[in-house]
Design a protein around this ligand. Structure first.
Ligand code: FMN
Length: 194
């Protein structure tokens, strides 16, 4: 038996690529294509969340659209803070945190907690039993305990185990291609997915 040589996956360059579809941008991600990669990722429209915790220097919040549900049993969710964020250590070390799913009329709150994390003045909050600030007016709130932190390139993947859920009816805030908007199911069709 001969041992196989370590498989080397050749990296394509822009010159190797077939021409893009009409009007499309086709490229190999790399240092010179940061903006184009960000724009391509941004085409994936998401909801908007705010993650809160009680850090060593008080209540902390951060706007995040990397939220995703992960598992029903056990109930798990995830989000991805950037390593370069000044709030990274506080959020990846917090044993308790809450993820708030924003309603369509909470754009100002999303912008507020994107700019800074410590100022909760002007927003209605209650404290969870674990001391985490819970913001009022959100569609859902998932109170979590830290389950795991995984490596994710220049981000970390924070997995939370959902301990308490609060949810209300309402229309979500949506973020896509760098802009906030609303969700209009009538734009597509009115049939239920099969
Ligand atoms: C709609 C929206 C979604 C965002 N999603 C994330 C995210 O998922 N992860 C992240 O690290 N930062 C995200 N940010 C950026 C942070 O909210 C914040 O602006 C950034 O952490 C600022 O850096 P600082 O923490 O050093 O102040 C998002 C910002 C906006 C406006």
């Amino acid at each position: 038996m001969t041992r196989q040589a370590t498989l080397k996956i050749p990296r394509p360059t822009d010159g190797d690529l077939a021409p893009p579809a009409a009007g499309a941008d086709r490229f190999v991600p790399g240092p010179g294509a940061h903006r184009r990669l960000r724009d391509a990722f941004g085409r994936f429209a998401t909801g908007v969340s705010i993650v809160t915790t009680n850090s060593a220097i008080g209540p902390l919040g951060m706007t995040a659209n990397s939220f995703s549900s992960l598992s029903m049993d056990p109930p798990l969710v995830l989000w991805a803070p950037a390593r370069k964020s000044r709030r990274f250590a506080a959020f990846t070390e917090a044993p308790h945190f809450a993820i708030h799913i924003l309603a369509h009329d909470q754009r100002a709150m999303a912008l507020h907690f994107a700019t800074q994390g410590h100022d909760f003045a002007g927003f209605d909050t209650v404290e969870s039993v674990t001391g985490v600030p819970l913001l009022a007016g959100c569609l859902s709130i998932f109170e979590c305990t830290l389950e795991a932190v995984h490596v994710g390139g220049d981000h970390a993947i924070v997995v939370g185990r959902v301990q308490v859920v609060q949810t209300t009816e309402g229309a979500p805030l949506v973020f896509g291609s760098g802009r906030f908007g609303g969700f209009d199911p009538h734009l597509v069709d009115t049939h239920r997915p099969r």
